[in-house]
Design a protein around this ligand. Structure first.
Ligand SMILES: Cc1cc2nc3c(=O)[nH]c(=O)nc-3n(C[C@H](O)[C@H](O)[C@H](O)COP(=O)(O)OP(=O)(O)OC[C@H]3O[C@@H](n4cnc5c(N)ncnc54)[C@H](O)[C@@H]3O)c2cc1C
Length: 428
């Protein structure tokens, strides 16, 4: 083999770069291989990076990152037919930091990889890893379109479409009900227009998540996030539900952009980019065995995305850090077998993120079995608010009776009790 590294990381997304950064800081000879022309050139994110796990990698080191806007408003928009209701939380405190910031991956990934490079990682771009190389059942390197490289340990961080792990028999191909297709557009708008439209001050941002009528019972949600001079607009939905309803992502995107709760934000904006990507949505049950002799799997490749909270990038960072730390232990002990590497999955399973995913296990399956939940509740809430706010000569008591009768006509009370029980048990 031409060249040997102590560790090789495949993929320069947040998972891979974190692993490389952590390993490089320990003066271990690590290379990151990225197929894109530059890191971020092939990456998609709707936009909000929750920074807790980045802070755990190195407190505050993200503070010189190319962040777009500090998220001070989080909203849910419940779309009805010809009406919508918005539930918002606005933070008016003057804290310098927030739990999340919008980012644009093309800028952010470049900056993050530079940090790993400064810590000592070797960066190899425009190189596609085609295969994991093994010797007597142990991973010993990678085959690329530019030659073979060997390593004591390989960290696979190739994102949601994990061909390498599938090819090496580490992971079985996820089913269509375990993956979502997400589409996103970047719509350019001047920053002062964004601030006016969303009632924001300079540097502040908003994240709006949409569910309801438009998505016709698809299991998924839409989003609008504000960047400095653009909006990230899109939606993600479980592939099997899209296939069942024969909905084409592009058509749904066009309808979403025309929604009265979305269109005024986008008006006069210019579409700069259109991207489509997959997101692992199987939750805890979909997390496979993430180690074998000489290899660790991180980020989306490890199916680490929370379908309930929409988090993925921060879980990628978390898993990259834990994999990096375990790779260092393996290097120090000289033992790259599963015996040492199993510690990675144990640490991950004890993390807040995976414990949360475990608790929520089965929730998505329940929604998939009862997809009407996705639009019935937004419809019930819209109808109730419509009755409540309408001044038509009815007394308050009459309005409340009408609200109860309208709600129970849309979903039987026994079904509502069951939904509350299931959601309560899975979320609390
Ligand atoms: C539309 C959309 C919106 C999202 N919104 C959010 C959000 O708001 N908040 C959030 O936390 N998460 C969000 N996510 C999820 C988040 O983007 C992912 O969870 C995260 O990017 C996973 O990071 P990763 O490093 O595992 O994989 P990726 O970011 O996919 O990076 C994988 C890297 O590996 C490279 N690569 C792949 N194969 C090879 C190969 N064979 N050889 C060399 N290089 C290779 C790719 O080019 C890429 O750079 C969103 C995802 C999508 C699609």
């Amino acid at each position: 083999m031409a060249e040997k590294f102590d560790a090789i990381v495949v993929g320069a997304g947040p998972a891979g770069v974190t692993a490389a950064y952590v390993i490089a800081k320990s003066k271990i000879n690590v290379a990151v291989i990225e197929r894109g022309e530059y890191p971020g050139s092939k990456n998609v994110i709707g936009g909000v990076l929750y920074i807790k796990t980045m802070d755990d990698v190195s407190p505050g080191f993200w503070s010189d990152a190319p962040l777009e806007r500090k998220i001070v408003q989080h909203s849910y928009c419940l779309m009805g037919k010809g009406e919508h209701a918005i539930i918002s939380h606005v933070s008016t405190g003057h804290s310098d930091t927030a739990s999340g910031y919008t980012i644009l991956r093309s800028k952010f990934d470049r900056w993050y990889l530079k940090k790993a490079q400064e810590a000592g990682a070797t960066v190899i771009t425009k190189t596609n890893v085609t295969e994991l190389l093994s010797n007597q059942g142990r991973i010993v390197g990678v085959r690329t379109d530019r030659g073979d490289l060997s390593a004591d340990i390989v960290v696979v961080a190739e994102g949601a479409n994990t061909m390498l792990c599938e090819k090496a028999g580490l992971i079985t191909k996820p089913r269509p009900d375990q993956m979502a297709i997400a589409v996103k557009e970047i719509v350019a708008l001047p920053s002062n227009r964004i601030q006016e439209r969303f009632a924001l001050s300079e540097g502040e941002g908003t994240a709006i998540h949409y569910i309801g009528a438009l998505f016709e019972g698809l299991v998924g949600f839409g989003f609008v996030y504000t960047n400095k001079e653009s909006l990230s607009v899109g939606f993600g939905a479980i592939i099997s539900t899209m296939m069942r309803k024969r909905i084409k992502p592009y058509d749904l995107m066009e309808k979403f952009k025309q929604e009265p709760s979305v269109e005024p934000f986008l008006r006069d904006g210019v579409v700069k980019e259109y991207q489509a990507h997959m997101i692992p949505e199987a939750g805890y049950v979909g997390i496979p065995k993430l180690y074998s002799d000489g290899v660790l799997v991180v980020g989306d490749s490890a199916m680490l995305a929370n379908p309930v909270t929409g988090e993925g990038a921060d879980l990628a960072v978390l898993s990259g850090r834990l994999a990096g730390e375990v790779a260092i232990q393996a290097h120090l002990s000289g033992d790259y077998t599963s015996r040492t590497l199993a510690q990675y999955q144990r640490l991950l399973s004890n993390s807040f993120a995976v414990r949360d995913m475990k608790k929520q296990s089965g929730l998505l399956a329940y929604i998939e079995e009862n997809p009407e939940i996705m639009d019935t509740y937004p419809e019930i809430i819209n109808a109730a608010l419509g009755i409540w706010f309408r001044v038509d000569g009815s007394t308050t008591a009459e309005k409340l009776r009408r609200i109860i009768s309208s709600s129970t006509s849309k979903r039987r009370i026994t079904r509502m009790m069951k939904d509350i029980y299931v959601f309560g048990r899975k979320l609390m």
